[in-house]
Design a protein around this ligand. Structure first.
Ligand code: GRF
Length: 202
């Protein structure tokens, strides 16, 4: 069975979706750890409840980004994971960590990439006036939300939506897309060919 680990900074509802799919038998994986930069993250409570090891690397306790990322990498390596999942990690990872986990790190983003990369993707979608947005699970590369796309789920933008109401509608789909992508990885059904990710039959 594959070992997976999660890097998250906050609420951790996507982390919870993964825990739930493991517990209900729909995700054949072992969750080896939660790593967080935020000692207040609610994700920590979720991990403890599920008896998942927690590694806190408190960003505010390091002199600079270099020192912080060295400690972060050490914590991530301790998980000994086949796959690292960024689920609401609110910092940009340095190149060292990205290349260390190349091909075995994925991210969930609340927009249909390549539209609306970066922060506040749901509000960006509202401000632009698109009729559909959604979520994307993708491999992580050196760019910001630019890696090869595994799964996307579209979501309509409704009259009167604001960033929050659209975010809530997208989040429902995130909780489906992320465990699905993790499952495909664990079943070794993802083949990356340049920018394209082929999904192999079971
Ligand atoms: C999600 O919208 C995710 O797409 C984005 O950050 C948010 C994290 O939410 N990267 P949660 O912590 O999983 O509830």
């Amino acid at each position: 069975m594959k070992r997976i680990a999660v890097l998250a900074s906050g609420r951790g509802s996507n982390f919870q979706a993964i825990i739930d799919r493991i517990e209900d038998g729909n995700l054949p994986a072992q969750c080896a750890g939660l790593v967080t930069d935020n000692p207040q993250a609610y994700a920590i409570t979720r991990a403890k409840r599920a008896e998942i090891p927690v590694f806190v690397v408190d960003y505010s306790r390091y002199a600079d980004k270099g020192e912080y990322e060295a400690a972060l990498l050490e914590a991530m390596d301790q998980c000994n994971a086949d796959l690292f999942i960024l689920a609401g990690y609110m910092r940009i990872l340095g190149r060292g960590i990205v290349s260390h986990f190349k091909g075995r790190m994925i991210n969930i983003h609340p927009a249909l990439l390549p539209s609306f990369a970066g922060l506040h993707a749901q509000r960006q979608a509202i401000d632009y006036g698109v009729k559909y947005s959604g979520c994307t699970v993708h491999f992580v590369d050196e760019g910001m939300d630019t890696g090869p796309i595994i799964i996307q789920r579209p979501v309509p933008v409704c009259d009167g939506d604001d960033g929050d109401s659209l975010a809530a509608r997208i989040l429902i789909e995130e909780h489906i897309a992320l465990p699905e992508a993790v499952k495909l990885f664990c079943e070794e059904r993802l083949m990356v060919c340049g920018r394209t990710v082929r999904i192999l039959p079971p």
